[in-house]
Design a protein around this ligand. Structure first.
Ligand code: FPP
Length: 247
């Protein structure tokens, strides 16, 4: 299906400010083709590119991709190394074009367990885009929602040694500024591919009021039309934030 045909069904004034995507199903996609799992992840990186292109076309503000979770260290070493390498290859290949499109690439996640040299390298690769003002692409890499909250608490405690009022006057809104997504709107929509109905430690704090969209489509098959279908579904939801209809 040509995705352009679906765009008129979208209300461009009511798009989500921030979309979070749990990209699942790369392994199954590869297995169906009798190929190694990394073949699926590489195809998954092409879907990331498609989503970013559509994000720019629709003028979305923020997309967060769950590329590597803190639990993913438990995968076979070859796959872990393959995923680390894939992020670097993706940045090497795409960053010039992303920069040209005024996209800001933000790598979010914990620094723990990652080789500092690797971390410095991927940050350096993304750095030309840091001043950009268009779409923000968060690559959640070595990301875990619980760890993000714990690291936020540690940052807050460190700052509060000189400023105890930070703790006394702490509000949920103020705490958001200690997370990796500080200053960003919360996701309105979370998409998960490949049919699993789990949150898997993704954006736990931020997704308090997010709409969740689950599709059977495996991530490498998730294309621009599929993304628009998710946005159309999102626009059919009635969001009440704990209030009542039409408040
Ligand atoms: C889950 O599929 C996917 C991941 C753990 C990795 C996600 C990574 C990508 C889509 C590519 C990363 C892109 C960049 C740009 C770094 P799975 O392997 O759990 O699939 P399965 O459930 O079918 O086995």
């Amino acid at each position: 299906m040509n995705y352009k045909k679906l765009i008129p069904r979208l209300d461009l004034e009511r798009l989500p400010a921030h979309v979070g995507i749990i990209m699942d199903g790369n392994g199954r996609w590869a297995a169906r083709k009798r190929r190694p799992r990394m073949y699926g992840h590489r195809a998954g990186a092409r879907s990331v590119r498609q989503m970013v292109e559509l994000g720019v076309e629709l003028k979305l503000g923020y997309i967060t991709f769950y590329a590597f979770s803190t639990e993913n260290w438990g995968r076979p070493e070859e796959e872990v190394q393959g995923l680390l390498k894939l992020l670097k290859e993706f940045l090497a290949k795409e960053i010039a074009e992303l920069n040209r499109q005024n996209i800001r690439v933000n790598i979010i996640g914990s620094e723990s367990r990652l080789d500092p040299a690797y971390l410095a390298e991927i940050r350096e690769m993304a750095s030309p885009t840091f001043g950009n003002t268009g779409l923000t692409v968060n690559m959640a890499f070595n990301y875990g929602g619980r760890l993000e909250i714990v690291e936020g608490i540690q940052k807050l405690f460190a700052e509060s040694r000189d400023k105890p009022e930070l703790i006394e006057k702490l509000s949920p809104q103020a705490f958001s500024n200690y997370l990796y997504t500080a200053g960003q709107p919360d996701p309105d929509l979370i998409i998960r591919t490949s049919g699993e109905s789990r949150i898997s430690n993704f954006l736990l704090w931020q997704m308090a009021y997010a709409e969740i969209y689950i599709t059977q489509t495996l991530w490498p098959d998730f294309d621009k039309a599929a993304f628009i279908e998710a946005l159309i579904d999102f626009q059919s939801r009635e969001r009440r934030y704990g209030g009542v209809e039409s408040q």
